[in-house]
Design a binder for this molecule. Sequence first.
Ligand SMILES: Cc1ncc(C[n+]2csc(CCOP(=O)(O)OP(=O)(O)O)c2C)c(N)n1
Ligand SMILES: [Mg+2]
Length: 334
Amino acid sequence: MVRVNEPRPRTAPEKLHRAMYRDMLLSRELSDRMFALNRQGRAAFAVTGQGHEAAQVGSAHALRRGTDWVLPYYRDVGVLVALGMTPRDILLGLFAKAGDPASGGRQMPCHWSWPEMRVVTRSSVIAANLPHAAGIAYASKLRGLKEVSVVYFGEGATSEGDFHEAVNFAAIHKLPVVFFCENNGYAISESSEKQMSVLHVADRAKGYGITGSTVDGNDVLAVHQLSRWSIDECRRGRGPKLIEAKTYRLVPHTSSDDDRRYRTRAELDEWIKRDPIDRFRARLLDEGTMTPDEDAALREQIKRQVAEAVESAERAPEPAPEDALRHVFAEDGG
Ligand SMILES: Cc1ncc(C[n+]2csc(CCOP(=O)(O)OP(=O)(O)O)c2C)c(N)n1
Ligand SMILES: [Mg+2]
């Protein structure tokens, strides 16, 4: 007998889609809270990626967690959420608390590091993580390991020498690395037309003899499919791939930026209509993967989860002043 209102068993793709939707919602709620905490004077700085959730969550779900190497950039809240970092851990970084897993409060917020999940630490220097990814992939190849490195960056990073050196080196040595560009059209206030004379970042791949693909970065399933293929290709030893996910950030560059100085509200409104979360929700409801009641309950639960994490992280112990210089100079005993 089929009972009304009783959740039916879900197929494997449905479970994946629901998990991705949940991670997108969690990333958005957490990011909105981080910005609000800054505006309330409770957090010194926030950098988040509202609008990038489909690109970040879709690609991260294509990775082998704990096997593949991940080199995210500061905007990648959704990547870390999809890998399983808890809101509390992310918020400990925002509040620069002793328990911050990335750096014990020494780094800027969202400068991720998570050794167990092979998330590699980074500096704020744009594109510096690309040669690191190529180097890690070179080591994986020399050791004969079936692991892939995925490195994330914005389109502004492709103006840097590090981008070209890393892609060229990876192409020559056929390294298992996916270069994942989140093209949101701006490097802070500089529009991409002022940064590059090609229309698509993916066009640059030709110059290095590798495959470059452009995908709708606000379509989580399209991003997931292309990322899956690219990562599989790398694992099979077929050399690096460049992915360009076209998207838009729905918030200023950081909490220190005023985006009204360089982009119109009309442009922003156009992209709000293409919000990746709204799009995916409509699809899941339409396909019956999720009911409106389930959606409402999930959103409520995520709001509570983030509120509790804020409370707990804000109360967590501060780092000891004498720890400020740890890992800066050689220390006795290693
Ligand atoms: C080498 C270097 N130049 C400039 C900066 C200052 N800066 C920080 S973020 C940023 C914009 C990067 O834009 P993009 O790569 O498109 O990423 P997005 O922030 O748009 O996601 C710049 C110029 C920096 N951190 N490093
Ligand atoms: Mg950008």
